[in-house]
Write a protein that binds this ligand. Structure first.
Ligand code: 5AD
Ligand code: SF4
Length: 481
């Protein structure tokens, strides 16, 4: 994960800084030369958003241009997420709307992509009568064929998972980009068998992408003016690519270094880290390069060892705490964030309190927080009873959110008076007189504009006030003022 999962109605301010990227309708430039137009919506994690950019590139090769207006599209695609029931419900609602359009417009093709396509396969065509295409995450190269068949009235499914596909040679068409930050997928699939998680079933086996194609993509982005890349994978720390020519192996620490060396002005981020796989080598590489951001998304899921074992996370509470200690020891200025699930099968109140105390221990800058949602086919669904009542799951979630909010606020208040190097991303949400941008710890800063500065520039900002989600401040001339 990845890590944008906006399907939880109880999430509040902590997630606001990332909300804009989630479940959104892409703002696409409409392409006048293209003979046919496609419209795509994406849900779920950053991986999924990046996959949509790969899909856009494949379709562009086939003569399709992107449009932001579904009313004029010849092809409507929805890239879906299965991680929680709520995510799937949202997609079904959108499909009802596309169904209406389809009734009105002959020849309109509607396709379902991504994790839900993979999970439901043919069932999708049976349940959702008006869907024409069902295409899983490893089958996007087949889209032009499937669309052509759909145009001839044949509904198509390709949900084959692959052990090799990484789309390494495809240069993603950057949809709705701010021209400053871009995602680069470095691997696909997941071999961890967390008992709550549907991902291994929807995205298949883990495979790493050719390291040189990753570096080339980063270089190409730099050439086009981008200033920040986020290396994406379900579990980036287990990245391992063997060069078929000389059999040499590139691991994640080495890859990070290769990308950091592309340009000292290019910020490098990555997501998601599984605590069991992040090594000292990775931590020392982060420390060594100023342009590798001091921020680690390190999902704990639960703070209780018995629950962690049931979740099949392969670490326990003490082991995780030692990992957190190690990160702060090597990089005292590093921010850590987390994912939390409340109310997993058989979780007691005391065990839930271990999660609360873990938030305090780890001092997360932010967390993505969810209540447990049973997913068909997962280990937990087969082995354990989903026995924590919904009201209790939600109550525990609210407590987690409250505690995390308080920690975020306290940590942000500690930043008051500090000066940070900020990469300007664009106008703030509320005012075109203000910029927004992030510091290396991934915290969002908002500050009045200054003549001569534009998105993509670095600037120094002195923090004056803090909320749990945002730091506000003023531009200063240097890090010492
Ligand atoms: N229920 C609730 N949350 C889940 N996640 C994954 N599966 C589930 C589930 N069945 C959360 C985890 C993971 C993030 C991507 O989503 O916290 O890290
Ligand atoms: Fe991403 Fe698929 Fe997981 Fe959703 S289910 S978070 S889209 S990998």
């Amino acid at each position: 994960m990845a890590d944008l999962y906006n399907d939880n109605p109880t999430l509040d301010g902590l997630k606001k800084m990332d909300e804009a990227r989630q479940g959104e309708v892409f703002e696409l430039p409409s392409n006048e030369q293209a003979s046919k137009l496609f419209y795509i919506e994406s849900y779920g994690c950053q991986m999924n958003f990046n996959d949509s950019e790969v899909v856009a590139s494949i379709l562009a090769e086939d003569g399709f241009g992107p449009t932001r207006n579904m009313e004029v599209a010849d092809l409507i695609l929805i890239n879906t997420c299965s991680i929680r029931e709520k995510a799937e419900d949202t997609v079904r609602k959108r499909l009802r709307i596309f169904d209406k359009l389809k009734e009105e417009r002959k020849g309109l093709v509607v396709g379902v992509l991504g994790c839900m396509a993979e999970r439901l396969k043919k069932k999708f065509l049976e349940e959702e009568r008006l869907v024409d295409l069902v295409v899983g995450p490893d089958a996007y190269r087949d889209l032009p064929n499937l669309v052509a068949s759909a145009n001839d009235g044949e509904r198509g499914v390709n949900v084959l998972l692959s052990r090799e596909e990484t789309y390494a040679d495809i240069s993603p068409l950057r949809l709705d980009s701010n021209g400053v930050s871009a995602f680069i997928s470095i691997m696909r699939g997941c071999d961890n068998m967390c008992s709550f998680c549907v991902v291994p079933f929807t995205r298949g086996r883990e495979r790493s992408r050719n390291a040189f194609s990753i570096v080339a993509e980063a270089q190409d982005l730099v050439n086009r003016g981008y200033k920040e890349v986020t290396l994406l994978g379900q579990n980036v720390d287990s990245y391992k690519w063997e060069n078929p020519e000389d059999k040499s192996v590139v691991d994640f620490a080495q890859l990070l270094e290769m990308v950091a060396l592309v340009d000292p002005d290019l910020r490098v981020r990555f997501s998601t880290s599984h605590p069991k796989d992040i090594t000292d080598d990775v931590l020392y590489t982060m420390k060594k390069y100023e342009n590798i951001c001091k921020y680690i998304h390190l999902p704990v899921q639960s703070g209780n060892s018995r629950i962690l074992e049931k979740m099949n996370r392969t670490y326990d509470r003490e082991w995780y705490k030692a990992k957190v200690d190690r990160i702060y020891e090597i990089m005292p200025d590093c921010a850590i964030s987390s994912d939390i699930i409340t109310g997993f099968c058989s979780e007691t109140d005391e065990e839930h309190q271990d999660t609360i105390s873990m938030l305090e221990y780890a001092q997360y800058s932010m967390s993505y927080m969810f209540f447990y949602s049973e997913r068909p086919g997962t280990l937990a669904a087969r082995k354990y009873e989903d026995d924590v009542p919904l009201a209790v799951k939600k109550e525990r979630l609210n407590e987690v959110i409250r505690v995390q909010n308080a920690i975020s606020l306290k940590l942000n208040q500690k930043d008051e008076g500090k000066i940070f190097k900020v990469l300007i991303e664009g106008d703030s949400r509320k005012s075109d007189q203000e910029f927004k941008g992030r510091n290396t710890q991934n915290k969002m800063l908002v500050f009045p504009k200054k003549e001569g500065l534009q998105p993509g520039d670095y600037t120094w900002v002195k923090v004056s006030t803090a909320s749990s989600a945002t730091l506000r401040g003023e531009i200063v001339d240097s890090p010492n003022k």
